[in-house]
Design a protein around this ligand. Structure first.
Ligand SMILES: NC(=O)c1ccc[n+]([C@@H]2O[C@H](COP(=O)([O-])OP(=O)(O)OC[C@H]3O[C@@H](n4cnc5c(N)ncnc54)[C@H](OP(=O)(O)O)[C@@H]3O)[C@@H](O)[C@H]2O)c1
Length: 238
């Protein structure tokens, strides 16, 4: 039986572990060829091996989304080898949850914003032209409920995700006329290494697979419909 994402090419940033790895596996299970991008080769290899071990198609590309040249190299690789991109999942991100903003070192402000926000500008700048030429595509930005709420001791993280939501809504309007759907997925706390999640019951927390499920739903919508935002919560408060 033909899989729903057969012949589709997907790029997942930060696909070596956590939520990105689950998204990469889920897209590959459904037939997509997945390019898994991130900074750590050994982690990317684990995701690629898992996908290939399940008879899926995947390859690893080292990429630091904070650096424009690195993202341009990733896009050149994808377009050179696969000639197209159907799905871009901007998942790579870092947390910062330990200090009030007035005590945050300037380098930490730069680090978080460069990865969580500027990194998405870099990937959209590099991949959107090919989607525009094809007049189709999905761009899924993994944001957070921290982009909807206040987060004491995590102001820079919240700012990056509030900024990402604004970027997402705006780019969605820029690209929808080309048949490109740009959406934000905003999960609550997910059981990964991003943060220690102190005081939370892990058994009740969202799992990376829950986010992957939402991403699959977005990229398998009927062509005339456009879910622009998903707010994802666990059923039981952790
Ligand atoms: N966990 C949560 O509670 C939660 C909740 C809501 C939203 N989110 C969001 O979900 C996304 C994934 O987070 P996660 O929980 O899966 O975290 P994680 O387990 O720490 O994974 C983060 C991933 O991002 C990659 N990454 C970090 N900096 C990068 C860079 N400069 N270039 C390329 N890749 C980079 C990491 O790989 P390398 O370090 O090897 O590059 C890793 O694969 C993030 O955007 C996060 O903000 C997480």
């Amino acid at each position: 039986m033909t899989k729903v994402l057969a012949e589709q090419v997907a790029v997942v940033t930060g696909g070596g572990r956590g939520i990105g790895a689950a998204i990469a596996r889920r897209l590959a299970e459904n037939g997509a060829t997945v390019i898994v991008a991130g900074r750590t080769g050994s982690a990317l290899k684990m995701t690629v091996d898992a996908i290939q071990g399940a008879s899926g198609k995947a390859e690893a590309v080292i990429c630091d989304v904070a650096h424009r040249g690195s993202v341009e190299k990733l896009a050149n690789h994808v377009m050179g080898r696969h000639k197209k991109i159907d799905i871009l999942v901007n998942n790579a991100g870092v947390g910062s949850f330990t200090s009030p903003l007035h005590q945050l070192p300037p380098e930490e402000w730069e680090r978080v914003l460069n990865i969580n926000l500027k990194g998405i500008y870099h990937t959209i700048r590099s991949f959107a032209p090919a989607m525009i030429a094809a007049r189709s595509g999905h761009i899924i930005n993994i944001s957070s409920l921290a982009g909807k709420n206040a987060l004491a001791n995590g102001a820079v993280y919240a700012a990056s995700k509030w900024g990402l939501n604004g970027l997402t809504y705006s780019v969605a309007e820029e690209l929808r006329g080309f048949g490109i759907r740009v959406a934000a997925v905003c999960p609550g706390s997910v059981d990964t290494e991003l943060s220690p999640h102190v005081g939370k019951d892990k058994s009740r927390m969202l799992q990376p697979e829950d986010v992957a499920h939402a991403v699959l739903a977005l990229v398998t919508q009927a062509p005339q419909s456009f879910i622009s935002e998903v707010l994802l919560r666990p059923t039981q408060k952790p």
